[in-house]
Structure formats: C-alpha cells, structure tokens
Design a protein. Structure first.
Length: 298
C-alpha cells in the first residue's frame, strides 16, 4: 500500500500522511492500463468539518498538522494514460458503445484538458489541479454515455463540483482564468440539473433510482436535493434577459419548493439543513417575484 503526503509538515520535518494507494488495481476498460486509486485517509484530525453552504457543499477548516484538504480532489476515478474519467461505480461497468465513443474522443479530451493544465499528471499524488481536471474530464466522458446510466444528472454533479474546485484555484491564482471557468461550469450545472429534472419528469432518463445524489460526498440529499439545487442554480445563474421566461421559471421553482415544505412537515427523513436552505431560497424567490411586479394566483 503506497502512501502520499500532505502539504503541511510536522516539527520533525516529515510531512504527515494524507492519502494512500488502494491495494487492488483498477483496470481501465478503454486502454487496459492498470493503476491504483489514490484514496484520502480518514481520522486523525485530517478533516475538520465547517459550514454547509447554500449549494450543499461541505467546507473544511484547515488544520495545523495537515493544512487545507479538499476531499473532492480524490473522488473521481481517472485513467492516467487515456484520461477516461467517471464516478467509481461507473468506471468499469459502462457498455461497449459508450466506451467506444469515449475512446474515439481521446485526443480531443487530451487537448482540451491540456489547454487548462499543461502539466496534469494522474500517475502521481493529486493536487487541486488534478482534482479540478478530473471533473472536467468526467464531464466530457459522460457527454458520450448512454441514457440508461443517467448521465445528465451526473454531468450536473460534475459541473457543480468542478465549479467549486476551479473556484478554489481562482482564489489561489487570481491572475489565471480559473474564476471564469468556474462561472462557466456553474451555468452548465444549472442547465444539466434543469434538464435532468425534465427528463425524469417525462420518463426519458430516470434519476430517482440512483443511490446517491450528493452533491458533495459527506451527505446524500437525495432527489429533494436535486430539486433544490435546480431552483438555486436557476436563481443564481439563470438568464434575466427575458423577464417573462425568468418569472415563469421562478414560479415553477417556487411551487416545487413549496411542495417540499409540505412533505418535510410529515417526514422525519428530510434532512433539516436542506429544509432550512430551501426555505431561505423560497423566500428569496418570492421577494424577487414581488420586486419584479409579477403576481401569480395561488
């Protein structure tokens, strides 16, 4: 079992251990490369949970011993040779048609990610660069995956997590264009979350049967989380060019959130923090609609 080191250092001069490499190898179903996943070690004060943002992202406080840690850096499985990337549960199970399409777009995937990170390397310990790039690569791969694997909501999650990671890079390197990429990914997340709900409603692509929706890795907020984020992203990043379209979408999300409240009162399974954020979002939508002069009969 190989070990990786944290960025921080201890008094004896040795860097504290942050990650390890899985004992079992993963074989890429596209290029047959065998590699070991890098995993984040748990315990030992490595992760100090902070607040839960309105985007349902769990923030972590830097520790004296380990420094900053971003668990999302290590989530996606990425082949170090062909840069095929997917969620761990999908990496080895996609059908041949999807894998063939991903293989055919290998060069395009290489060129695209290299334009963002010229020195990206998944054969060594991951940095924030590899973490951000992993979601970008997965987004490109899921764009070629068959509907039976629910790729639309997965592209939404990848876009949202990618926005978070590029946002962190933007804070560290404001002279680069990472903040621009983050904003672009937020808008992609808005589109994919909206489209995923539409496909689910029409029965064209099922997402309600997925085991975990995230959006982060510390808690599964389920399908209600998808509905909430669809509304939140619309409010934050939806176009305001056409006031009529804007208010119609806000009215839709207001009704959706209102139904969520009704279910929450009679169900102990609804996460409390989600309802709190949903209530605040609902009030924000009502205020924007009132300020715009749009009145809808209940």
């Amino acid at each position: 079992m190989g070990l990786s080191k944290a960025a921080g250092s201890e008094k004896n001069g040795k860097a504290p251990v942050l990650t390890f490499y899985a004992k079992d190898q993963t074989e890429c179903p596209i290029c047959n490369t065998k590699f070991k996943r890098e995993e984040l070690m748990s315990g030992g004060g490595r992760l100090i949970a902070g607040e839960l943002t309105d985007e349902l992202r769990r923030l972590y406080e830097p520790s004296v011993k380990y420094g900053e840690i971003f668990p999302l850096v290590y989530t996606m499985t990425v082949c170090p040779k062909c840069h095929y990337a997917a969620f761990p549960q999908d990496f080895c199970v996609l059908d041949k048609e999807s894998l063939n399409k991903i293989y055919e777009r290998m060069k395009e995937r290489f060129d695209s990610v290299k334009s963002l990170f010229p020195n990206i390397n998944y054969s060594q310990a991951r940095t924030l660069n590899e973490g951000a790039a992993s979601y970008y690569l997965a987004l490109l791969c899921y764009d070629l995956v068959e509907p039976k694997y629910s790729p639309t909501i997965k592209k939404g999650v990848c876009s949202l997590r990618g926005a978070w990671m590029f946002g962190e890079l933007g804070k560290k390197f404001p002279e680069e264009n990472y903040a621009y990429v983050s904003n672009l990914l937020y808008r992609k997340a808005m589109f994919f979350y909206r489209h995923a709900v539409e496909l689910e409603t029409s029965g064209k692509e099922m997402i309600a049967n997925l085991k975990a929706f995230g959006p982060d890795i510390d808690k599964n907020f389920g399908y209600d989380g998808v509905l909430y984020l669809s509304a939140l992203l619309e409010v934050k990043y939806g176009s305001k060019a056409d006031p009529e379209v804007r208010t119609a979408r806000l009215a839709y999300h207001r009704r959706s959130l209102a139904r969520m409240f009704g279910l929450g009162k009679s169900s102990k399974n609804k996460p409390g923090p989600l309802l709190e954020h949903a209530r605040a979002l609902y009030e924000g939508i009502v205020k924007e609609m009132d300020d715009s002069g749009f009145n809808e009969e209940s």
